[in-house]
Design a protein around this ligand. Structure first.
Ligand code: NAD
Length: 309
């Protein structure tokens, strides 16, 4: 099949692009390189630097494409609190621009990378796709709006659409920005250096951590599965783990004794979040295979940045 991936130079996009190439598909990629880097992409991926809001560029890139994976987005939750307009412009505006271009050119299916963040705090865990969203940040709102635009424009113009609510993905090459770094690579780096690990909140907040290869399998299945049109599907591990437990596992893995401090004044986000993945099992034959302990070990061993000074 012929795929276009937006945001293909990012953590998830580059892993997806390379997996599709390995499976024998043809992959076009677009990314504005605002945070991503094309270095990790296979040479067989046809890469173009471009903005997802550039409709003429999208028209060209969409020619003869069977399926679009839409991943281009701003992804840092605390940053979205400071710059909601920017998050709306890229994550919502970019999705509308892309869907308009897809309407003009004609593509069979679109798979949107949405987020488990749209659930916010929920009375019951694990969360199912039919519970009422409770977004708590501009990032989460932007992902929910992108879902609505994707399914609505898709149904108006007969384009198949699938929205995947992806939970906390980790693995080698995850973005590691100096401010607001994601928990797992940050903990691994601090533990490796025997430095201080700062936990925001009391550490009892839980998340559903899923290894990158498992997410990529779910995404690939979403391109060809039957009976998924207009579906919104959770992609998580189904295992609920507290942030303190991640710190404990990471410390044990490195064999070091970093100091762990809790910044209880800083909110750690929703108290609990774990995916119910029965719909993904049913519709995508999705069976995440990587236990957290193994995924952490593979991240530690295969991401050279963690051990770099
Ligand atoms: P990432 O930041 O590594 O990738 C996003 C990519 O989009 C970057 O390469 C960036 O340069 C690009 N981009 C940003 N603005 C753009 C624009 N205007 N035009 C073109 N490209 C642009 O993040 P990621 O973790 O790989 O996330 C990919 C997608 O998956 C995002 O849509 C994100 O919301 C979603 N998601 C990720 C996770 C996770 O845990 N990683 C969880 C849920 C959802």
């Amino acid at each position: 099949m012929r795929f276009l991936i937006t945001g293909a130079a990012g953590f998830l996009g580059s892993a997806l692009a390379n997996a599709l190439i390995t499976a024998g598909h043809s992959v076009r990629a677009v990314d504005d390189l605002s945070t991503g880097s094309p270095d990790k992409l296979s040479k067989e991926v046809s890469f173009t630097r471009g903005d997802v809001n550039d409709r003429p560029k999208l028209w060209t890139l969409l020619q003869d494409i069977d399926c679009v994976y839409h991943l281009a987005a701003r992804v840092v939750v605390p940053e979205s609190v400071l710059y909601p307009r920017e998050y709306n412009h890229v994550n919502v505006g970019g999705t509308v621009t892309l869907m308009e271009a897809i309407r003009d050119v004609g593509v069979k299916r679109v798979v949107l990378a949405s987020s488990g963040a749209i659930y916010g705090n929920q009375p019951a865990q694990p969360v199912k796709e039919d519970c009422t969203p409770n977004p708590k940040s501009p990032y989460a709102v932007s992902k929910l709006a992108a879902e609505y635009y994707t399914h609505t424009i898709g149904s108006l113009w007969n384009i198949e659409t699938v929205c995947l609510r992806i939970f906390n993905t980790y693995g080698p090459n995850q973005q590691l920005p100096p401010t607001h770094p994601p928990v797992i690579p940050y903990f691994l780096k601090q533990a490796h250096e025997n430095a201080t690990i700062v936990i925001h909140g009391d550490g009892n907040q839980t998340r559903d951590y899923i290894y990158i290869d498992d997410v990529v399998e779910g995404m690939i299945a979403a391109a060809t599965a039957t009976s998924v049109n207009r579906s919104t599907i959770n992609i998580g591990s189904g295992r609920e783990t507290s942030v303190s437990e991640i710190a404990r596992l990471v410390v044990a893995l490195t064999g070091n004794r970093p100091e762990i401090v809790r910044n209880v004044r800083n909110e750690g986000g929703p108290n609990r979040l774990c995916a119910d993945i029965s719909l993904a099992r049913e519709k995508l034959n999705f069976h995440p295979r990587t236990p957290l302990e193994i995924g952490l070990q593979m991240t530690y061993e295969n991401d050279p940045r963690i051990k770099q000074k």
